[in-house]
Design a protein around this ligand. Structure first.
Ligand code: SF4
Length: 751
């Protein structure tokens, strides 16, 4: 059995009792998120009512999942922790490193050759430390977790920001950096600021072209990319029951795009159906017996404003399809207004590629509805006007969709089936195009659309929609096409309209798969050898970062003052750089290369105070490091938005950047910075950002008295000799201050 049934029996045996104790302590009814969180306290005797959005709390998650790009650094750290086996069930999934080019038949063998060294490393570490290994082609981490490991009421962390996908099965699943995963795998407490709660009430029922994806696309427009920060989005209301478990997972998956800690749906009949369809009847029975505590208490629905920090209501019956983008997932637009927006904003109207699949939208239901649109091409005598790419989420979904004819339906309209992996969603797309830099539009069913993310081309305008809408756009080849109202001209010259998509939520004949791609760990891990070649370009053993020297940071040269969005993609680009995710020195060459320098509007072009020249960011940082100098980065809002990759924190640390001073931080990235011993500070007055000049040296004062809740001070020394001083804030607690002093969280653990 792939999952640990004994662990699950033990969990459910005490779940209701733990929730009952928490309810008593709180003295009130509880939301679902609170129930799951309180049932996972590291020390259940500390069941104090925790202040949401303020207090840090230690938790004990049930499991860990890691994808291959982040697992390398996580496992390199775990190997330094001195444990012989992971303290909780954990898995590694090989999905990010596979390039999408010609199709699965050629791409998968090619990836297995190119990445052999990394796959061998991950497989051997997994085998040695009791960690399950999902080989290349087995599927995308979140789809595989949903099919095999997620369970109602559970709590997991994953080294990927879309880990919340498992909320579709009623789990609190949180994206974290590798160092957090190491905490959990070593059996240490895992710390999180008690999240606030956003309640989203769903009423009505989806119809026509509207899909679960449109719920989250609409919500992204309401909340924006920052609106969910430090909050759990909890869905409730009768509308939740009309959504399939995989549809719920899609919604939870993209909660990451509004910065939410995670998202969760209450247990219901749809979850039970999904558990049973994926061979987990026993878990369904256990969940059924705990059903009352796998949803919010009845009082919550009667007066939700008393229990949630913010309330939003969405009527599914009135929801229309959305198309979000380009360049940010919260630029939400209902399809009825989209054509006008395309024209007004001057987006390239020709739609060139539709891409479906990814961890967000590759369920059986998604492929089934997309295939129902694809079949209309032949039935209505239409001709495809754009190309189509499909990335199935798992071998199980692929085999089942193939048996049921859906893959053939998609191939029959020119669809190219790529490997069951991330592919274009993470920049692993060797796109075939006549002009790689031409302004162009694509529509994906993915979750992110930052500039350059899919194909590395800053001129690609990526829009996010449901898979069925992506197929409709690919048929029309026109971004102004609205399948709900518009007609297309077929090969006979007739005007034809596409019918709304149809499909099954689960396969009527059950799921099928020959080889799901799972490799169990060794029964005797002590005998497994893990080797890293000293001259390897892809893997490098980690050296601990140096502890703090006890002094203030004086006159750090400004490395870069970034302007506008600075996501983890800008800080540590993916695409071709993914190959160095296990080699800190090599990957540090990409540090901040996508960030825009506020002084010249250029990327990867910053003033070097030593040479007086403009050079690449990492090149300048390296020169400061060689001279024994630290440096500082200044940034705007939501710095580090996007993925959980801790390379975005480790690279600056490695290149001796000591401080990131931003207007605000994305949650996962702020924690990653703290874990790596960096100082993550915010402006007390955001206007002080404007005071920072290109040739400044910046001191951070007050570190001898670094304490929770106490501000520090920044002193700018301008190159004309004048200085300006202002207050800077931090969110470090005692433990995190110790991480800073020790040089990293891992250093404190090893002490
Ligand atoms: Fe892979 Fe994209 Fe999902 Fe990340 S968001 S796990 S890159 S498919």
């Amino acid at each position: 059995m792939i999952y640990d049934m004994e662990m699950l029996k033990t969990f459910y045996a005490s779940y209701a009792e733990k929730v009952g104790k928490a309810r008593k302590k709180l003295g009130r009814a509880m939301t679902l998120a609170e129930k799951i969180l309180y049932a996972h306290l590291y020390d259940e005797h500390t069941m104090a009512p925790f202040r949401r959005g303020e207090e840090y709390v230690n938790f004990r998650p049930d499991r860990v999942a890691m994808q291959d790009a982040t697992a390398q650094m996580a496992l390199l750290q775990f190997m330094n922790a001195g444990k012989s086996v992971s303290a909780v069930p954990a898995t590694v999934h090989c999905d990010h490193l596979i390039q999408a080019y010609k199709g699965v038949e050629e791409d998968l063998p090619s990836a297995c050759t190119t990445n052999k060294e990394v796959y061998d490393f991950l497989k051997s570490v997994a085998s040695k430390y009791g960690i399950g290994f999902w080989k290349p082609g087995a599927g995308i981490i979140h789809q595989v977790v949903l099919e095999n490991y997620a369970f109602p009421g559970g709590m997991m962390v994953g080294t990927d920001s879309h880990t919340p996908n498992a909320g579709g099965l009623g789990m609190i699943a949180i994206g974290v950096g590798g160092a957090d995963a190491v905490d959990v795998m070593t059996g240490m407490e895992w710390e999180l600021k008690m999240p606030k709660l956003i309640g989203v009430k769903l009423t009505g029922k989806l119809n026509g072209w509207a899909s679960p994806k449109d719920v989250i696309l609409k919500l992204a427009g309401i909340l924006t990319v920052k609106g969910g920060t430090n909050a759990i989005i909890e869905y409730f209301g009768e509308g939740t029951h009309s959504l399939s478990a995989t549809g719920k997972a899609t919604i939870c998956n993209m909660g990451a795009e509004v910065g939410a800690t995670t998202s969760v749906f209450p247990y219901d009949e749809e979850m039970k159906r999904y558990l049973c369809a994926t061979g987990r009847e026993e878990i369904a029975s256990l969940a059924e017996a705990n059903a009352a505590d796998l949803q919010a208490d009845a009082e919550v629905a009667q007066a939700p404003e008393k229990y949630y920090d913010r309330l939003i209501e969405i009527d599914l019956s009135a929801l229309e399809p959305y198309v979000n983008g380009p360049f940010t997932p919260d630029a939400a637009c209902p399809i009825s207004e989209f054509a006008a927006r395309v024209k007004k904003e001057g987006f390239p109207q020709k739609m060139e590629v539709g891409l479906i699949g990814s961890c967000t939208n590759s369920s059986y239901q998604d492929l089934s509805r997309a295939a129902s649109v694809a079949r209309q091409v032949k039935a209505k005598g239409l001709k495809m006007q754009a190309s189509l790419i499909i990335n199935p989420g798992s071998e199980q979904v692929y085999c089942t969709a193939q048996r049921d004819g859906m893959i053939e339906d998609l191939k029959s309209i020119g669809g190219v089936v790529m490997t069951n992996a991330c592919g274009p969603c993470i920049g692993q797309w060797k796109r075939v195009t006549d002009d790689p830099l031409r302004a162009n539009s694509i529509v994906t069913s993915f979750n992110r659309n930052f500039a350059k993310r899919a194909d590395g081309n800053p001129n690609t305008h990526a829009f996010i929609a449901s898979p069925e809408m992506a197929v409709a756009f690919a048929i029309a080849g026109d971004l102004c096409f609205n399948p709900l109202t518009d007609t297309l001209t077929n090969e006979k010259g007739e005007a034809v309209k596409l019918d709304p998509p149809t499909g099954e939520t689960l396969p009527l004949k059950g799921f099928t798969v020959d080889d799901n791609g799972y490799v169990a760990p060794s029964a005797d891990g002590g005998k497994v050898e893990v080797t890293i070649q000293p001259d390897s370009q892809r893997l490098q053993k980690l050296e601990p970062f140096a502890p703090w020297n006890g002094e203030d940071f004086l006159e750090l040269p400004l490395l870069i003052k970034t302007q506008g969005k600075c996501t983890t993609d800008h800080i540590s680009m993916a695409g071709p750089w993914l190959r160095f995710r296990g080699h800190l020195e090599n990957i540090s060459d990409n540090m901040l290369m996508g960030a825009v320098n506020a002084f010249n509007g250029k990327t990867n072009c910053v003033w070097n105070q030593l040479t007086g020249e403009y050079e690449a960011v990492s090149a300048v940082a390296k020169q400061y490091k060689v001279k024994g100098m630290g440096s500082i980065v200044v940034a705007e809002e939501n710095y580090g938005e996007g993925s959980s990759r801790e390379h975005a924190a480790m690279e600056p640390r490695f290149l001796n950047v000591r401080v990131i001073l931003a207007k605000s931080f994305a949650r996962i990235h702020e924690t990653n910075l703290k874990k790596q011993g960096m100082l993550a500070l915010t402006f007390a007055n955001k206007d002080d950002y404007d005071k920072v000049r290109e040739r400044d040296r910046i001191s951070i004062l007050g570190l001898q008295h670094f304490a929770p809740g106490h501000p520090l001070y920044a002193v700018l020394t301008h190159d004309d000799g004048t200085t300006e001083t202002f207050e800077v804030l931090h969110t470090y607690n005692e433990m995190q201050i110790n991480w800073f002093k020790a040089g990293s969280a891992l250093n404190t653990f090893k002490k």
